[in-house]
Design a protein around this ligand. Sequence first.
Ligand SMILES: Cc1cc2nc3c(=O)[nH]c(=O)nc-3n(C[C@H](O)[C@H](O)[C@H](O)COP(=O)(O)O)c2cc1C
Length: 328
Amino acid sequence: MLNITRKLFLAPMAGFTDKTFRSLCSRFGADVTITEMVSAKAITMGSQKTKELISFSEDEKIKGVQIFGSDPHVMAEAVKIIQDEFEYDFIDINMGCPVPKVVKSGEGSALMKNPSLAAKIVEEVARVSRKPVSVKIRKGFDEENINAPEFAYIMQESGASFITVHGRTRTQMYSGKADWEIIRKVKEKVKIPVVANGDIVDFESAKKAYEITKADAIMIGRAALGNPWVFLQIKEGFENGQVTTRVLPHQKIKVAIEFFRQLCTEKGEKMAVLEARKHLSFFVKGIENAAKIRDKINRIDNAEILISYLEQLKAELEQKLKKVDNIL
Ligand SMILES: Cc1cc2nc3c(=O)[nH]c(=O)nc-3n(C[C@H](O)[C@H](O)[C@H](O)COP(=O)(O)O)c2cc1C
């Protein structure tokens, strides 16, 4: 039995939550991490590139593999392959992705409009899977089709072990406010654990999300980008009633350098320089002259130069603090 009660989940985010970033978030306190979404069809066709998305780091604690697709048979075949080749704790089925290409193929959030097919997928996957199967859904497909509670109930009856609800419709994509009330309605409807997701950004919002949704666990997505210590701060808040840990600008850059070095090890320097850009732009958010720094980073195409630039930036930021200290 997988115990997810009061656990902090890092949301799966395609293009961001690779092994290196998941490892970093785990070191800062994320209890549950999930791969980026992996195409079930690509797995069954033997795609090596897709399989590369599945490897985990030693820092990760409870590990999920997220798959997407629309053919129950293909999904089950993919799980058979995954479980023979990888070590993990649960399979998560994506029924929330809003991307047009995915929706057009009847996958991701489109499944919320087709509960009988979604049920068949969960049944087939749960039948072959040696590990628990969870489902990640949205509030509904659009405002006219808000069905998360009924849909979640069907997922439970089909064999899902827990359910994650992102409180937005597919049409909302990532805009507007996440609806935590609908998550409470899901919680009232099902017996399996519910994970609340959407707009949880710090301890205050985490506390509120638990209060409103009555969920068993919470999941953090965008707020973790360039901000992996959000998990540490939320845990501190729940333990002590308040958050005193502040991460200073030079410390942010220190973590970013560490992250980039690890990325180089995982993906090779060339790829790491390109992939680091999007992460670094989050890490420098809120730092003085962030736009200029980003611009500079985006023009560096060599790992050594990038590291020395970041080291220099870190030293400058630290120096600034020392100046204040000296005056006081
Ligand atoms: C860049 C990006 C990529 C995402 N990729 C996935 C994905 O692969 N699978 C998935 O279930 N959700 C994905 N999501 C949705 C997140 O898991 C999460 O549900 C959403 O961001 C809401 O949570 P937040 O408000 O904490 O960010 C993605 C979101 C973003 C911003």
